[in-house]
Design a protein around this ligand. Structure first.
Ligand code: GLU
Length: 418
C-alpha cells in the first residue's frame, strides 16, 4: 500500500460521504463541516532500541467528529500508514458509531511501524511514548482508543497503564480491547467477527442464501478473518479460500481450519499451508464462491477486479476494502455488498459495552455481551435494509444516509458554537 493508495482511501471516504450528502440534500455548512476531520495531531518521537540506537517514529491521532459523544477508534501499527489513511479511518468510525447508534464520535490513531520487526521491549517503549504524546487528547470522556491492525490487548494494557501513571490513578475506561483481568470485556476479541456473522445471517436470509453449505473466501487471517472463518464453519459453511499478506490457499472442497491454524501458529502466515493449492491475493478475490469476506486493508476491490468477482455477497470485515467505482460495477452486476460501517461495527459495539462496564465497575457475562451485540447488529441491519429499500439504493448508501443524518441531527440540536 503506497501513500498514493492511502490518499485514495481518504478521497474515497469523502466521495462516499458526498453521495449520501447529495441524497440527503444536506445543508452546505454541515456538508463542509462533516467532510473533514475536526482535529489532527501528528507527532515525531524517539524510541531507544535494544542496541542503544535512537530511532524516530511518526504517529497520528485524528478525531473526525465529537458531536454524538467522545471520540472512539482504534490505533493501527503499520509500515505503510499515513495521515490520509488515518483521516479516512477516523471518518469511517464516526459513521460506524452512528449506524449502530452508540454515543460516540469517530477517531483513529496510527504509528508508522512494522511491529513484527521490533522486540517486545521496543514495542512497549514505542507504545508508552506514543501514549504519552497523545495523552492530552485521550481520556474516558474525551477519546477512547482500541486495537486495530498491528495492535492488541497487551498494547492497550500499556496505553492504559501509561495514562493511569500520568493522572495518578487507574483509569480502565481510557481504552477498550484490554485484557479481561484488568477490565476488558468478555467477548471483545471475537466481537467484530461475531457481529459480522449476525449481519451476514440476516442478509443471507433476505437474499435466500443458506449459510450452511455456502462457499466462503476470506482475505486476511488476523483477529477478524480468522475468527469469522471458525464461526462460519461452525454454522456449516465451507471455507474454500484464505489468504494473508504472504499469499494463500484454495481448496474447492473446503479447507481444514485446524490444519490451517496449526500452520499459521507455526509460521505466522497461511501461505504454504498444506491441504490446498497455493494462490495469490489477487487470485483469491476472484475465486468462485458465494460469500467473499475482505478482512485485510483498504482498496482491495477496485475497477481492476470488480467485474471478475464471482461472489454473490461481499461482506466488508476490513475498513474501506471496496472503492466507490468498484461499488458501482458490483451493484450493476447484482453483487450484494454489505458495507464496512455496518458489517464490522460489532468490534466498536462491544468496545462500548467494555467502556460502560469500566465506568460502572460492573461486569457482564459473555452471554450477556453476545445477546446485546446480537440485538444491536440485527437492529442496525434491519434499519439499513429498510432504508435501502425505501430509498432504492445500495446498503452502503443507506448506511451512510442513516449515519450522516444522525450526526447532522446532533449538530442541529446542539447548534454551532458560539
Ligand atoms: N479498530 C476497530 C474498528 O475499526 C475497533 C474500534 C474500537 O473498538 O474503538 O472498528
Amino acid at each position: 500500500m503506497s501513500s498514493v493508495h492511502a490518499e485514495n482511501a481518504y478521497r474515497n471516504a469523502q466521495r462516499q460521504f458526498d453521495i449520501a450528502a447529495d441524497i440527503l440534500n444536506l445543508d452546505h455548512g454541515y456538508r463542509k463541516l462533516l467532510r473533514v476531520p475536526h482535529r489532527e495531531f501528528t507527532v515525531n518521537f524517539p524510541v531507544k532500541m535494544d542496541d542503544g540506537r535512537v530511532e524516530m517514529f511518526t504517529g497520528y491521532r485524528i478525531q473526525h467528529n465529537l458531536t454524538r459523544g467522545p471520540a472512539k477508534g482504534g490505533i493501527r501499527y503499520h509500515p505503510d500508514t499515513d495521515i490520509d489513511e488515518v483521516r479516512a479511518l477516523a471518518m469511517l468510525m464516526s459513521w460506524k458509531c452512528a449506524v449502530v447508534n452508540i454515543p460516540y464520535g469517530g477517531a483513529k490513531g496510527a504509528v508508522v511501524v512494522d511491529p513484527a520487526k521490533l522486540s517486545l521491549g521496543e514495542v512497549e517503549r514505542l507504545t508508552r511514548r506514543y501514549a504519552t504524546e497523545i495523552s492530552f487528547m485521550i481520556g474516558p470522556d474525551k477519546d477512547i482508543p482500541a486495537p486495530d491492525i498491528g495492535t492488541n490487548a497487551q498494547i492497550m494494557a500499556w496505553i492504559m497503564d501509561t495514562y493511569s501513571m500520568h493522572i495518578g490513578h487507574t483509569s480502565p475506561a481510557v481504552v477498550t480491547g484490554k485484557p479481561i483481568n484488568i477490565g476488558g470485556s468478555h467477548g471483545r476479541r471475537e466481537a467484530t467477527a461475531r457481529g459480522l456473522v449476525y449481519v451476514l445471517r440476516e442478509a443471507c436470509e433476505q437474499a435466500n442464501i443458506s449459510i450452511a453449505g455456502a462457499k466462503v473466501v476470506i482475505q486476511g487471517y488476523g483477529n477478524v478473518g480468522g475468527t469469522s472463518a471458525m464461526l462460519l464453519e461452525d454454522m456449516g459453511a465451507k471455507i474454500v479460500g484464505v489468504a494473508d499478506r504472504g499469499g494463500g490457499v484454495y481448496n474447492p472442497k473446503g479447507i481444514d481450519l485446524r490444519v490451517l491454524q496449526a500452520h499459521y501458529e507455526k509460521t505466522g502466515t497461511v501461505a504454504g499451508s498444506p491441504g490446498g493449492d497455493e494462490i495469490s491475493n489477487a487470485e483469491l478475490l476472484e475465486l468462485p464462491c458465494d460469500i467473499l469476506i475482505p478482512a485485510a486493508i483498504e482498496n482491495q476491490i477496485t475497477i481492476r477486479n470488480a467485474d471478475r468477482i464471482k461472489a454473490r455477497i461481499i461482506i466488508e470485515a476490513a475498513n474501506g476494502p471496496t472503492t466507490p467505482d468498484a461499488d458501482t460495477i458490483l451493484f450493476d452486476r447484482g453483487v450484494l455488498v454489505i458495507p464496512d460501517i455496518l458489517a464490522n461495527a460489532g468490534g466498536v459495539t462491544v468496545s462500548y459495552f467494555e467502556w460502560v462496564q469500566g465506568l460502572q465497575e460492573f461486569f457482564w457475562t459473555e452471554r450477556e455481551v453476545n445477546a446485546q451485540l446480537e440485538r444491536i447488529m440485527v437492529n442496525a441491519f434491519e434499519t439499513v435494509h429498510q432504508m435501502a429499500q425505501s430509498r432504492r439504493t445500495t446498503l452502503r448508501t443507506a448506511a451512510y444516509l442513516l449515519a450522516v443524518d444522525r450526526t447532522a441531527d446532533a449538530y442541529r440540536v446542539r447548534g454551532i458554537y458560539p
